[in-house]
Design a protein around this ligand. Structure first.
Ligand SMILES: C[S@@+](CC[C@H](N)C(=O)[O-])C[C@H]1O[C@@H](n2cnc3c(N)ncnc32)[C@H](O)[C@@H]1O
Length: 222
């Protein structure tokens, strides 16, 4: 299964290829958190597929929040633990994470550039775990290649691995349990708003977990 390939080697390889850039820095996700005042010192934040926790380090430094990370790469977790002792790491894929033993009351969960990797056998369980860990009224920041037609593509770094592009946010919003507050699209490679095509279309969405039902008071029983 694709998740096994990630656990065994590919998660570490991604970390090795990208580690130079995995440092606390400004990005769109940090800007959204700041501009919409999503966090304070009491808040609990989880990042799924956090790599070494570079974004959580920035979040803790700027907003003082409690920060938690789920990441399958042993090397990324070791690197993060050696740099930022305030991050609680769980070395796991999201599908295998036993959330019942941990927290079910996160104020914010970030899943950026992760769902497109996930084994299709594990997509819905992974989404279910994210949902289960987010408290009502909490926020989800979801970044991915959310093109409006589903695309499966061979991953050029590893035989047998595929990436899957689709509007992941719609899996959440179609449940009517998430309201879409904000979505911004840009070119994944250049980060520019211009020159987006089907390969580079990336979007970041801010969703809030809340019921979106119209409640009827007309005497009907169902
Ligand atoms: C493209 S990187 C993105 C890293 C970071 N979220 C960011 O915004 O830069 C994808 C990350 O997801 C991790 N990952 C891959 N499969 C995963 C899974 N099934 N569950 C959790 N994380 C996974 C990888 O190890 C890697 O660190």
């Amino acid at each position: 299964m694709q998740d096994d390939i990630f656990k065994k080697e590919e998660a570490d390889r991604w970390f090795e290829r990208n580690k130079e850039g995995l440092v606390p820095k400004e990005d769109l996700i940090i800007k959204i958190i700041r501009d919409y005042r999503l966090l304070d010192k009491a808040s609990k934040v989880l990042e799924v597929g956090s790599s070494n926790g570079f974004r959580l380090a920035k979040i803790h430094e700027e907003f003082g929040s409690k920060v938690f990370a789920i990441e399958p790469s042993k090397k990324a977790v070791e690197d993060g633990k050696s740099k930022w002792d305030f991050i609680t790491f769980y070395q796991s894929t999201i599908a295998e994470f036993d959330e019942s033993k941990h927290f079910l009351d996160f104020d914010l969960i970030i899943v950026n550039s992760v769902f497109h990797w996930i084994d299709r056998n594990h997509l819905l369980i992974s989404i279910g775990k994210v949902d289960n860990m987010l408290k009502w009224g909490g926020h989800l920041i979801l970044g991915d290649f959310q093109v409006h037609i589903p695309i499966k593509r061979k991953y050029h770094h590893k035989e047998g691995v595929f990436t899957y592009k689709q509007p992941y946010k719609e899996i959440f919003t179609s449940s009517f349990l998430y309201v879409e507050l904000f979505t911004m699209a840009f070119n994944h490679d250049s980060k520019n708003l211009a020159g987006i095509d089907i390969n580079t279309y990336f979007s970041v969405s801010l969703l809030r977990k809340e019921e979106l039902y119209f409640e009827l008071y007309d005497g009907h029983r169902h």
